[in-house]
Design a protein around this ligand. Structure first.
Ligand code: HPA
Ligand code: ZN
Length: 337
């Protein structure tokens, strides 16, 4: 099963590039940029990754991002992720970046954007991994600040597929960002939003009704609202579920209590993703693996998750079709042998 998962063609749709910063690279970049870290060693960093909730994670995550200073740092970060993704047969990836966590420290929007984008171009050439960028607004900041970020992104809008919404969910509902999402859609962006990770099902409804999202990031608290579940099934609005993240941030007490299998079996287009792999202990294959063993997912269910990942992507229909055919062939062969 482990090998089956590793080699399974898959898409990753919920990945914060800043969340792929491995402790080793954190030290390397701190040295390169002459930054003092509050840690003595890699093992001390790992000890600090002991989270109580989303907020306690975000504090450490934003602190880690401070070592990212130059365009080449963003390039190296993204390149390391792509190497890992290629080794796990990720064929397509849709990557969030948080410009505000850089511009607020005096790093130009272009510095982050160019480094990430160049690595994605090179990743396509070297590994054949297709990719899309999603500009994510920090929801603990104001809508005016999100507008300013959108304005900075407009010259590059043809290279970004969507806008998203992340950071501290409780008390920062999707409705706070209605107008900036209206503007983003008018400019041609698709929309997604983190909702129903820690926040209530009402936030998922708001993301759908007000922000007109194509997907919900996380969305696991939809389970508390039967009408919402029916709606997600009927409209096939995908959820980008992140199992290890949810356990690390105490959204579920353990992986055995995760509702991924229930969501999938209700007919929801659920997908598996890694969120912030260096902080939560695993990339996409480890997420599939952890959910598979704790929830006893069958090969058929793993196959469905991989198909959903392409179905839920922002790829054009022909590419979706081609990649889903690859999954069909891979699973057909693997199940027979
Ligand atoms: N939730 C909200 N904000 C985030 C996350 C997440 O899982 N990861 C990085 N920023
Ligand atoms: Zn996330």
């Amino acid at each position: 099963m482990k090998e089956f998962i590793q080699n399974l063609p898959k898409a990753e749709l919920h990945l914060h590039i800043e969340g792929t910063l491995e402790p080793e690279m954190m030290f390397e970049l701190a040295q390169r940029n002459d930054i003092d870290l509050p840690y003595e060693s890699v093992s001390q960093v790992k000890e600090a990754y002991n989270f109580e909730d989303l907020e306690s994670f975000l504090d450490i995550y934003y602190q880690g991002s401070q070592v990212l200073q130059q365009e080449r740092d963003f390039y190296d970060l993204t390149w390391a992720y792509l190497e890992k993704a290629a080794s796990q047969n990720v064929r397509h990836t849709e990557i969030f970046f948080d410009p505000q966590s850089h511009t607020d420290r005096g790093i130009a929007f272009e510095t982050a954007y160019r480094g990430i984008y160049q690595a994605l171009q090179d990743g396509k050439a070297k590994f054949g991994i297709s990719s899309q960028l999603i500009l994510s607004f920090l929801r603990h900041l104001s809508q005016d600040e999100a507008f300013a970020t959108l304005k900075q992104a407009l010259p590059y809008k043809d290279t970004m597929v969507a806008v998203g919404l992340d950071s501290a969910e409780q008390g920062n509902p999707p409705s706070k960002f209605k107008e900036v999402f209206d503007k983003a859609r008018a400019e041609g962006f698709l929309t997604v939003a983190h909702a129903g990770e820690e926040g209530p099902p009402e936030y998922i409804w708001e993301a759908i009704d007000l922000l007109k999202v194509s997907r919900i990031d996380h969305g696991v608290r939809s389970m508390e609202d039967p009408k919402l579940l029916d709606y997600l099934v009927e409209k096939q609005i995908p959820l980008t579920v992140c199992p290890l993240s949810n356990v690390e941030l105490k959204v579920f007490d353990s992986m055995a209590k995760h509702n991924l299998k229930q969501l999938l079996n209700l007919g929801i287009c659920a997908t598996v993703n890694s969120d912030d792999p260096s902080y939560f202990g695993g990339y996409i294959a480890e997420n599939y693996q952890a959910a598979q063993s704790a929830l006893d997912l069958s090969r058929q269910e793993i196959y469905q998750l991989a198909k959903n990942s392409f179905q839920a992507s922002f790829l054009p229909p022909e590419s979706k079709h081609k990649l889903i055919t690859e999954v069909d062939e891979y699973c057909g062969l693997a199940i027979e042998t």
